[in-house]
Design a protein around this ligand. Structure first.
Ligand code: FAD
Length: 419
């Protein structure tokens, strides 16, 4: 845990003429923004606006250990009371930022009040894409309430249909098996995780699900949900129909940008997030963005990058805040080595860097058959990613190659097959 203690005078040290900072969004990025402000010695007012009614909490367990047990769900607390209170925030929980009004240096909230701010950190994250149905029994998984509902349903239902074999869908399938449910996992693509991983490597995850008793159906989409009030059947694109009274959809996430409409903050084409420059600055002076919502040009990967990764939310918020306090024209470009992990069937999957289906993939340690490997991912002659299954120390060792920009050949030359 990071220290969260204020230092200095009680006068309220201002930095770069900034007296009041508003953080919109009380998630991981919002929390890190608050902590970084205080660690940097900012003693002005910090207002945190969060529509969920909870202090920032940890989402990754929601699809993992939170769901698996029959007893009380695992804790998702990120900071204890003392650490959180030491941040001395003007907390507006259960309140939505409705509109950013740069000319008035204010954020309008959904209760009609306004929060004054010379600086703003946009950290409103993303929400789960919902399937097109209002039937009960069809769930998504983003918030702690979503997870509580799924956890409760796992206690009484015998089977679940999971739609989408991306990371969240795959983790829900794994957790449901641990909780003793029968699982049908539907994926429109030819392998799980196809959005991120070469199908030749993704194939190992197909076997992982099947060996764990999941009825994995690939190349199959959902054409509709049927039932009276509550879901009873799922119609599939191959003409089949599944009986189902519990469905969990993992259909990806949509950035929460609506409240920024008309503010002058630009949106990124393609990735759909808030458009930032390499300093996490939006088009509006004094307004920075971080976390799942932010899209920015990462010089090492070309084009815009928007990550839905836990580690990124914290790291990007730290950089955004440092740059906000440094003022326009100063600061540090944000050039992280992206990092993502997933836990499925007791195995850790890790991805450093970036992965796209078209990347070259080569296993450099272990093997897919042993379900223990490290694979290099290459693009245009460069190493762009390192993917590992049950290989944490080895994956982390190659982080340096990604931060130093290493050619594909150079990366292969660094591999010691006996290590
Ligand atoms: C179930 C699940 C499992 C995950 N597992 C992993 C994992 O294993 N590994 C990994 O790397 N990543 C994982 N992630 C992703 C990770 O949790 C996210 O990348 C991270 O939470 C992003 O943090 P954030 O603060 O940017 O956004 P969020 O966590 O989305 O927080 C944004 C907050 O702002 C609120 N908000 C939205 N609009 C407004 C508004 N207008 N006004 C006020 N508040 C608003 C939202 O309700 C939310 O509370 C997982 C995500 C989920 C949902």
């Amino acid at each position: 845990m990071r220290a969260a203690v204020r230092t200095g005078t009680t006068e309220g040290r201002q930095m770069g003429g900034i007296r009041e900072i508003a953080i919109a969004g009380a998630g991981m990025a919002g929390l890190h923004a608050a902590e970084s402000l205080r660690e940097a010695g900012f003693e002005g007012r910090v207002t945190m606006i969060g529509d969920e009614g909870h202090r920032p909490y940890s989402r990754p367990p929601l699809s993992k250990e939170f769901l698996t047990g029959k007893g009380a769900p695992a804790s998702v607390e990120l900071r204890d009371d003392a650490a959180f209170e030491a941040l001395d925030l003007d907390l507006r929980l259960g309140r939505r930022a409705q509109r950013l009004r740069p000319a008035e240096r204010a954020i309008e909230l959904d209760d009609g009040s306004a929060v004054a701010a010379d600086g703003v950190v946009v950290a409103t994250g993303a929400r789960a894409r919902r399937p097109d149905t209002a039937l009960d029994g069809v769930h998504v998984l983003r918030s702690v309430e979503d997870a509580e509902a799924v956890h409760e349903a796992f206690k009484t239902e015998e089977r679940v249909v999971v739609v989408g074999a991306g990371f969240i869908g795959a983790e829900v399938a794994s957790s449901a098996r641990s909780a003793g449910l029968e699982v049908t996992l539907l994926e429109a693509a030819p392998t799980p995780l196809t959005r991120v991983i070469d199908p030749r490597v993704g194939g190992v995850f197909t076997e992982l699900h099947r060996d764990n008793g999941v009825d994995l159906r690939l190349g199959v989409g959902v054409t509709g949900f049927e039932g009276r009030g509550r879901v009873e059947r799922v119609r599939l694109s191959d003409g089949d129909t599944l009986d189902a009274s519990l469905v969990v959809a993992g259909l990806g996430a949509l950035p929460n940008t609506e409240w920024l409409e008309g503010s002058g903050v630009g949106l990124a084409e393609g990735t759909g997030g808030v458009l930032c420059d390499e300093y996490c600055r939006t088009a509006v002076p004094g307004v920075y963005a971080a976390g799942d919502i932010a899209a920015w040009p990462h010089p090492r990967y070309g084009g815009l990058m928007r990550l839905e990764h836990w580690t990124n939310a914290g790291e990007q918020a730290d950089t955004a805040v440092r740059n906000l306090l440094a003022g326009d024209g100063a600061g540090t470009p944000y050039t992280p080595v992206p990092y993502f992990w997933s836990d499925q069937y007791g195995m850790k999957i890790q991805l450093l860097g970036q992965a796209a289906p078209a990347d070259t993939a080569e296993i450099v340690h272990g093997s897919a058959e042993d379900r223990k490997f490290v694979a290099f991912l290459g693009r245009d002659g460069m190493l762009v990613g390192v993917l590992g299954l049950r290989s944490t120390p080895k994956v982390m060792r190659y982080r340096r190659l990604l931060s130093e920009r290493t050619t594909w050949e150079g990366a292969l030359a660094e591999v010691n097959p006996r290590s």
